[in-house]
Design a protein around this ligand. Structure first.
Ligand SMILES: Nc1nc2c(c(=O)[nH]1)N[C@H]1C(S)=C(S)[C@@H](COP(=O)(O)O)O[C@H]1N2
Ligand SMILES: [Mo]
Length: 439
């Protein structure tokens, strides 16, 4: 069987109905009505035949999952300054994600940081001429700072801050949510340098009625209409005034690249990437929850209470996403690789948990029946992702999946299957899994 042909068929079929796809491709399921059915008998041996090897823990393989061995592949597409391994999801506006095995650096290089644009990035202007305006109902003395003033008059700080798009993982929701079909790669943890938003706001005076900040950037609306704002989001004052919330002018010690918001951007680690405004020109201190484009309606909001998949939800029942949920990625091993079975396989990656810290990462090689705890490093600073490392040993040759599951400091844990469906497909923090062929 040719791999390409299986892939196309698989993805189309799994898209429509994952359980029916299992039946058609791999044969009968033990419990065809259950999303948690397991592959048995004929199905299992057909899958084994397609893989060209047996599946030692096959009895535990859940039905309805596209086997990780058949993960999508994409042709390379060159973006200036970017690793050719990035996968482009949309070119107008440009959106590109990073395959997990390219995220193995403690500090994500700019060339491997995902790109998420809602509009058209501004033509790169001269940084010396750039200004940042601070205004809004709840600021005592509105002011405009030149970039050079920000650099000269305020203390600078450097933090590693993880940035993850709220829609990372959207591709797995059924029914499908519209928008970029991010798989796992809309995340990274670069090192940002800048001044504290709190210091800059203190210089202008924040009134007691301050509730929220809202940013405005210099990008152009996709319609080309210069009067339309692409996106203008923000955070409550408590998040805005955190030590780590930066007005950044450098990424990994160099000027911020054009695609990532040159010359100035907001960085609020641990919250949906959309609050970290790029090409930053203005920050308003608001006396109410900010109501700019993509703050209201269903944008970057999830149902306040869980809903059935596919349900219609009233805007009034949608709540703003704040801290992102606990999540992890295996980055040291590329999914689909071949491993010599006699050798133990080192497996490492990163875990993060929004405003919280990660307290543990566990790995499974038997589809979640048993787990073993990895070694976990402390974060370089608050809101940075954390390295985990482990070694797995496979009992015999065959097809395996390595699953990673992180737990946060409040006991929150990644689910093994896609969590709560929501209209826009946010917050999928299901366990990451990679395929390994042991020979
Ligand atoms: N001005 C502006 N800021 C923006 C965006 C945008 O389209 N315009 N996209 C947001 C979203 S949705 C995300 S996830 C992050 C992505 O940052 P990156 O492209 O540097 O990875 O930027 C945020 N800031
Ligand atoms: Mo995003």
């Amino acid at each position: 069987m040719s791999r390409g042909r299986i892939e196309r068929g698989l993805f189309e079929l799994y898209d429509e109905d994952p359980i029916a796809a299992d039946e058609r491709i791999w044969g009968r399921l033990a419990d065809p009505l259950s999303r948690r059915g397991f592959l048995r008998g004929a199905g299992l041996s057909t899958l084994g035949a397609a893989l060209g090897m047996s599946i030692p823990f096959g009895r535990s393989l859940p039905g309805g999952l596209v086997p990780a061995a058949f993960a999508a592949t994409t042709e390379p597409f060159m973006i200036d300054g970017k690793d050719p391994g990035l996968v482009v999801l949309n070119d107008r506006p440009l959106n590109a994600e990073t395959p997990a095995h390219l995220l193995d650096d403690e500090v994500t290089p700019a060339s491997r940081l995902f790109v998420r644009n809602n509009g058209i990035p501004p033509a790169s202007g001269r940084a010396e001429d750039w200004t940042l305006e601070i205004g809004g109902e709840a600021v005592a003395s509105p002011r405009t700072f030149r970039l050079s003033e920000l650099e000269r008059d305020f203390s600078r700080y450097t933090y590693r801050l993880q940035l993850e798009c709220g829609g990372n993982g959207r591709a797995e929701f059924r029914p499908r949510a519209r928008g970029n079909q991010w798989t796992t790669g809309a995340v990274g943890c670069p090192e940002w340098t800048g001044v504290r938003l709190s210091d800059v706001l203190a210089r202008c005076g924040v009134k007691p009625n301050a509730v929220y900040v809202g940013y405005y950037g210099a990008d152009l609306h996709a319609s080309g209409d210069p009067t339309k704002v692409v996106i203008s989001r923000g955070v409550p004052m408590s998040k805005a005034l955190e030590e780590e919330t930066l007005i950044a002018f450098a990424l990994n010690g160099e000027a911020i690249p054009a695609l990532h918001g040159a010359p100035l951007r907001l960085v609020c680690g641990g919250w949906p990437g959309s609050v970290s405004g790029k090409w930053l020109q203005r920050i308003d201190v608001r006396d109410r929850v900010h109501d700019g484009p993509k703050m209201t309606g269903k944008a970057y909001r999830v149902p306040c209470r869980p809903v059935a998949a596919g349900a219609e939800v009233d805007d009034a029942d949608m709540c703003i996403i704040e801290s992102m949920p606990v999540k992890s990625l295996i980055t040291s091993v590329r999914s689909g690789g071949v491993h010599a079975g006699a050798e133990p396989l080192p497996v490492a990656g990163f875990a993060w948990a929004g405003d919280r810290a990660v307290s543990a990462v566990d790995l499974s090689i038997d589809f979640g029946q048993t787990w073993s705890r990895g070694r976990l490093s402390p974060p370089a600073n608050r809101l940075a992702w954390q390295r985990f490392e482990s070694v797995v040993r496979f009992p015999m040759p065959g097809y395996y999946e390595v699953w990673a599951r992180a737990t946060d400091s409040a006991g929150g844990q990644q689910p093994m299957v896609v969590p709560g469906w929501n209209p826009k497909g946010y917050l999928n923090n299901a366990c990451h899994r990679i395929a390994v062929r042991v020979v």
